[in-house]
Design a protein around this ligand. Structure first.
Ligand code: FMN
Length: 235
């Protein structure tokens, strides 16, 4: 199994260790990225991705390396410390660069059979909210099965996390890795994704806005405005 492991931070604290341990429990074939090390630019707001295509983004080379890795992996593990009740700005910046692969724009069929794990650690409060917002990104990219691993570690470094907490974390990671290994190759979009897809299909059929011209062409080429569906080849 191939894993793409994306760290929403450069440093190796609690979030790094937990995300890395999770990936290693699943497979030793890991493609690893750190943000901002591997993508330091935020979205510049030029909207070239929307009007022309992702390849026209000024940061497309760096974004493309990470996104291509996601497309060729079976499992995507993404970690971020809880920073002011949200994911890190660099991880959010990465998601901004790939939002044109969202369901209503140009969804990638290859993502519709993948599994994701989203990891966050916080000192005290709000970490479930962080994994929830990371999981939302996975949903709109079409990844049908997402495991959330939020941990309040009461520390600002991995060394500061007490042993009992580390044991609980290790148990949770083991259980999650077992579920993922059992689930691999057996995931497909659920009813909510399909419902949103059909609503957006009807939107694209009725509208011809310049803003969505590239999207509409993509849907037309894929025959999604007819009877084809992006999940047709998933189980
Ligand atoms: C800029 C910043 C903002 C933070 N905001 C929160 C927060 O909103 N809630 C929380 O519980 N911890 C917060 N923390 C603490 C970290 O999320 C926590 O220590 C986390 O485990 C650090 O992960 P790391 O060891 O991977 O860096 C914040 C830390 C920093 C540096």
């Amino acid at each position: 199994m191939k894993i793409t492991l994306i760290h929403g931070q450069n440093h190796k604290g609690s979030t790094y260790h937990i995300a890395r341990m999770t990936a290693e429990k699943i497979s030793d074939n890991i493609d690893e990225f750190f943000l901002p090390r591997d993508l330091s630019d935020g979205c510049s707001g030029c909207a070239a991705c929307l009007y022309k295509g992702r390849e026209h983004c000024p940061h497309s080379e760096k974004v493309g390396i990470i996104f291509d890795s996601m497309l060729s992996s079976d499992v995507i593990v993404i970690g971020s410390p809880n920073y002011v009740m949200g994911m890190t700005s660099h991880l959010k910046g990465f998601f901004e660069h790939i939002f044109t692969a969202w369901i209503g724009h140009r969804p990638e069929e290859g993502l519709l059979s993948k599994i994701a794990v989203v990891v966050s650690t916080g000192a005290i409060l709000g970490t479930k909210g962080v994994t929830k917002s990371m999981a939302k990104q996975m949903f709109y990219l079409g990844i049908p099965k997402v495991y959330k691993l939020p941990f309040e570690v009461m520390a600002a470094s991995w060394e500061g996390v007490d042993d009992k907490k580390k044991e609980q974390i290790a148990i949770k990671i083991d259980k999650t890795a077992c579920k993922i290994k059992a689930k691999k190759g057996n995931t497909s979009p659920g009813i909510k994704y399909k419902f949103i897809f059909l609503m957006l299909r009807s939107f694209h059929k009725k509208n011809d806005l310049a803003l969505f011209a590239v999207d509409k062409k993509y849907w037309t080429d894929k025959k999604w405005l007819g009877n084809e569906r992006p999940w047709k080849h998933t189980k």
